[in-house]
Write a protein that binds this ligand. Sequence first.
Ligand code: ATP
Ligand code: MG
Length: 316
Amino acid sequence: MTTLDYRIPGQATASPSTPPPAEPPRSVDEVLAQSQVESVLAELDRDLIGLKPVKQRIRDIAALLVIDRLRQQFGLQAQAPSLHMCFTGNPGTGKTTVALRMAQILHRLGYVRKGHLVAVTRDDLVGQYIGHTAPKTREVLKKAMGGVLFIDEAYYLYRPENERDYGQEAIEILLQVMENQRDDLVVILAGYKARMDTFFQSNPGLNSRIAHHIDFPDYQPAELLEIGERMLAAQNYEFGTGAREAFDEYLALRIRQPHFANARSVRNALDRARLRQASRLYAQRERALTREDLTTIEAADIRASRVFATSDATNH
Ligand SMILES: Nc1ncnc2c1ncn2[C@@H]1O[C@H](COP(=O)(O)OP(=O)(O)OP(=O)(O)O)[C@@H](O)[C@H]1O
Ligand SMILES: [Mg+2]
């Protein structure tokens, strides 16, 4: 189980440029200014490549919450909107990253108290022995309360082949909490689309409590290349002459190999390129290294990958 928190110490309060709210907000602009949700949406647009349909759905959800806030000012009766979600898509398509941003938006709009994200899988919720599951699940829910509970590969909670599987117990507790404490906990289920669909067919109760199904498409090669460049820049590296083209070729080959995991594979490939760059520089013991030497990934650092050498390589 991992807990991720976007809040940086000292950033919890509104920036000095935003005057303290004198009156309850009446316009969309006022809600946005007070909640600073615009900046999160803008960051989402800027930091994440592609994902157009995903970004649009998040804007729609933000709009729903903003209008809900304004309705509250007029005392208009409404149940807290159901915000439990399902993120489907292949590995490395940005599901965890987007869930973290979602937690941030929900927090800024006052929907959840804390806005942290607790990421779990079946093993964090389900025990091995009778009587172990309920306390485990409740402990996780307690940690996630006030934020987002992200359940990766949620379909593993349900094992139809095993009649006495404890996963069912976890699902039942989740269902109760999703219904009763939906004003302070948002559950996001994530996993492969086809498996998630089957899971929902067997668990209609869960399906009916999920208001938003968001599909994360695989990235296009050009998007992967751009993601790679962003990742490098974020770590003060850049492609040297011909390295970008080499990486483009690398991606074209890698996509067709088994276990390709979108942006995650890009990250892994660049990590290995950095290792090769380091070894290359390390070997030049006597040379004074310039800033450029230290920040440049050369074409050779990419082309040394096994992806170029063999057709049956899986991970390199
Ligand atoms: N659209 C994007 N733009 C830039 N970076 C991205 C994008 N999508 C994903 N990444 C980066 O790729 C990596 C994998 O993304 P993430 O963990 O969110 O994917 P995931 O769908 O949760 O994958 P998994 O199924 O493997 O858990 C992260 O380092 C993330 O920052
Ligand atoms: Mg993930």
